[in-house]
Ligand binder design. Structure first.
Ligand code: NDP
Length: 280
């Protein structure tokens, strides 16, 4: 019988996850279906409940539901008897992007950070060790990638966010790590230059431009936008100021391959899938 999976988000029509999982399934011979599902902004828990009742085996979770997905699994974990478990990565991030549904049990995981680090290091060939990194955003995606980024031992990592308190909350989780100088600020307080600038805000879904000082791009620096499928105002601005630019397509495929491995126990090759998506 075909195992059913889905990606849940709002908005969701831009998602390439169904195409990616279809290619993974063909490549590995797994019998799965995977569809995109729009959940109402106040209807995430009900949507998950429905999918579980309908026999889905799991789902990816995207903007804006990653914190809610984590809280949902955490609540199941606290229930008597325990009905959920979060992986260490999801627990550290307080956000989940991959849910696996068992009979009476839900697993919450976070594969975003693995996906981002693999894309930057292995696909784009940018080392992270010893670098100055700017992480823009403090939402579900930024929370998910922070620990795996710090694991690579950058020299400095600055978290910039519109709402400073949210960046400070993330900072508190990792301030004790000795190898990286970790700091927070708002966009208007940014100064200095960075080797790698990662846009993990959701503004790429719109035409809003976050005002940034042009001096933040180090020569030959990488400007990485987690958004994919369109040239965002951030990418245009970075390109105009001498940075190399990359979108989040590679990250999307890499995080999806980790989710596919969690669900199906086989790790698909990502390079042919990235190439096929770029061609299409
Ligand atoms: P969230 O809704 O959890 O967080 C949104 C973030 O964007 C917050 O930091 C928020 O700041 C900021 N933001 C929103 N509007 C503005 C604005 N007008 N000006 C400045 N900052 C703003 O979303 P996620 O973290 O889940 O997702 C973020 C993006 O990353 C999405 O575009 C998503 O598609 C992409 N993504 C891509 C992945 C990939 O594989 N390529 C994987 C994961 C995510 P504040 O805290 O102040 O509200």
């Amino acid at each position: 019988m075909t195992d059913k999976y889905a990606v849940i988000g709002n908005p969701i029509t831009h998602s390439k996850s169904p195409q990616i999982h279809k290619m993974f399934a063909e490549q590995t011979g797994q019998d799965i279906s995977y569809e995109a599902i729009l959940a109402p902004k106040d209807g995430f828990a009900e949507t998950i409940e429905r999918l579980r009742k309908e026999g889905y085996k799991g789902c990816s979770v995207t903007v804006p539901f990653k914190f809610e997905a984590f809280n949902l699994v955490r609540a199941l974990q606290d229930a008597q008897p325990m009905q959920g478990v979060c992986s260490q990565l999801a627990a550290n991030a307080g956000a989940a992007n991959t849910l696996t549904f068992h009979q009476d049990f839900v697993n919450g995981d976070n594969t975003d950070g693995i996906g981002l680090v693999r894309d930057i290091k292995q696909n784009l060939l940018y080392p992270l060790k010893g670098k100055h990194i700017l992480l823009m955003g403090a939402g579900g995606a930024a929370s998910g990638v922070l620990q795996p980024l710090l694991h690579e031992h950058p020299k400095k990592l600055t978290i910039a966010n519109r709402t400073l308190e949210k960046a400070d909350k993330l900072h508190q989780l990792y301030a004790h790590l000795p190898q990286t100088e970790l700091s927070t600020c708002t966009y208007s307080d940014l100064n200095g230059s960075f080797d790698i600038i990662i846009n993990a805000t959701s503004v790429g879904l719109t035409d809003i431009e976050i005002p940034l000082p042009p001096s933040i791009f180090a020569p030959d620096g990488l400007a990485y936008d987690m958004m994919y499928g369109r040239e965002t105002p951030f990418m245009k601005f970075a390109c105009a100021h001498g940075a190399q630019i990359a979108d989040g397509l590679g990250m999307l495929v890499e995080q999806a391959s980790e989710a596919f491995f969690i669900w199906c126990g086989v790790r698909p090759r990502t390079a042919p899938v990235i190439t096929a998506l770029l061609k299409s």
